[in-house]
Design a protein around this ligand. Structure first.
Ligand code: AMP
Ligand code: ZN
Length: 472
């Protein structure tokens, strides 16, 4: 399996630190509002990476944090006149709901920054003791980037250009850094902000230190994969490397993976720019699995532009998958036992889609090509099965479809009814009533049932295999 490693800019064969195990850390959201669909992209993508490793038989330890102390959270708390933990807890809860809607699995550990302050103080102290950090007069602690010889290795940036670009900070004396690229590890308390006591001053941590601390605590000094959106490469991940490797003297993460942006009108979707849709906005119109399918429809390193046409296309694709699954379920009920001549050929053909799927995923987790393999499988299934098919065939094809879609986290079960929606059982009962009416030549009665179902968003289709229905 090959992964494009941001560190080397090469596709590299994945070799875990420990055979059979994968440790992954993915930077999570800052919780000051509902997450937008840009934030959802790394969540869905790295969840898919995790599922694929599980499929390959690895034991996966997956850690993703919640940043619950930050300027934006504090600002919102002050606006509402509540403690900042009220804001962060509220949006952690909402974020979890959104993740569930998109079928993102719970992380093995989901730490919160405010619960890890002790570990952060300890790591900062170690960095000071080793000469990688210094305390300024006002109590701020900075990381000394010049001391870390590999600073810039992840972002492949020209540090001298960056330094001169930021020199104004030192010239204007706005802070007490030794070098423009030095960054804050600990900052003094300000009025109206949450704070913790430390050996340097009462205050709170800078943003970057939390990930180094949580990653070390829950996964160890070295990890296999570190992920996040590409905006995190510099400075966040560069700084994480400087901190973690400054402390351990060992390579922090073996592979670094970064997803490209979800854009809108060609620009990065961002809360600060106001050009965003929350996951909740999208869920008003589409199911979570449609959003998930949309997010996986492009390779993770390609920008993905949001628009409603693409969402509608994802909805149609999802319906095709669900209909294929429902048809297989329907056929399975009546399929005859045993196998027919030709079944093995059809099953072997379906297995080719699995090979294509694996080939795509093994090549740097190409979910776009993996989905193409799934669509090919659906075409094959639709042209291979009928009510005359054997159980062996229907079962085998259904297993292929379930396995591959399951790997992408796409649930194909008939939609679970939302409150007020007609349930599957009610639909089946009404269809049976319509069949009875038809049998009794009560065509007006049969039509009345069809109309009632239609009014409740259910469309019937009389096919050779019987009556099928779908929600529209
Ligand atoms: P934040 O809450 O801004 O720290 O973002 C949480 C995660 O979402 C990070 O991995 C970001 O890189 C990622 N992210 C934010 N905006 C986008 C976007 N428009 N497209 C893709 N990923 C994004
Ligand atoms: Zn991070």
């Amino acid at each position: 399996m090959k992964i494009l490693n941001t560190l080397t800019k090469q596709k590299e064969e994945f070799v875990p630190l420990e055979p059979g195990k994968v440790s992954m850390y993915v930077c999570g959201p800052t919780v000051y509002g509902l997450i937008h669909i840009g934030n959802a992209r790394p969540m869905v993508f790295f969840d898919t990476v995790r599922r694929y490793f599980l499929y390959k038989g690895y034991d996966v330890n997956f850690v993703s944090n919640f940043t619950d102390v930050d300027d934006k959270i504090i600002k919102k708390a002050n606006e509402e006149g509540v403690d900042s933990s009220v804001i962060s807890e509220r949006y952690i809860e909402e974020c979890r709901k959104d993740m569930k809607s998109m079928n993102v699995m719970e992380a093995t550990t989901h730490p919160k920054a405010t619960e890890e302050i002790g570990g952060m103080i300890e790591m900062i102290q170690t960095l000071i003791d080793k000469g990688f950090a210094y305390k300024a007069e006002d109590g701020t602690v900075y990381y000394r980037t010049r001391k870390f010889p590999y600073y810039g290795k992840l972002s492949h940036k020209n540090l001298d250009d960056l330094r001169s670009g930021n020199r104004s900070i030192l010239v204007t004396g706005e802070d007490q850094k030794e070098d423009p690229l030095d960054f804050v590890l600990w900052k003094p308390k300000k009025e109206g902000e949450p704070s913790w006591s430390s050996p340097w001053c009462d205050g709170r941590p800078g943003w970057h230190i939390e990930c180094s601390v949580m990653s070390k605590k829950y996964l160890g000094e070295q990890i296999d994969i570190h992920g996040g959106g590409e905006d995190l490469i510099f400075p966040h991940h560069e700084n994480e490397i400087a901190q973690s490797e400054g402390v351990s003297g060992k390579e922090f993460s073996r592979y670094w993976m970064h997803n490209a942006f979800l854009n809108i009108d060609g620009r990065k979707m961002a809360k600060s720019d106001g050009n965003f849709f929350t996951v909740r906005d999208i869920l008003e119109k589409y199911e979570g699995r449609v959003l998930r399918l949309f997010l996986l429809s492009a390779h993770y390193r390609s920008p993905l532009n949001y628009n409603s046409e693409l969402m509608d296309a994802a909805k149609n694709s999802m319906e095709r998958l669900i209909n294929c699954e429902s048809n297989l379920e329907y056929l399975l009920k009546n399929a005859h036992d045993g196998a027919d001549d030709g079944d093995q050929t059809l099953i072997a053909e379906a297995k080719k889609s699995r090979e294509q799927f694996e080939k795509a995923m093994d090549d740097d987790l190409n979910t776009a090509d993996a989905l193409a393999a799934v669509y090919e499988l659906v075409r094959h299934i639709n042209s291979s099965v009928s009510e005359k098919s054997s159980k062996t065939l229907v079962w085998a094809l259904k297993k292929e479809l379930d396995d591959l879609t399951g790997l992408l986290g796409l649930d194909l079960s008939a939609r679970t009814a939302a409150e007020g929606d007609i349930t599957d059982e009610e639909i089946e009962a009404l269809i049976a009533k319509r069949q009875e009416a038809k049998k009794a030549k009560d065509y007006a009665g049969a039509d009345a049932v069809r109309d009632e179902l239609k009014a409740r968003g259910i469309v019937l289709e009389d096919t050779r295999e019987g009556v099928k229905w779908k929600r529209v």
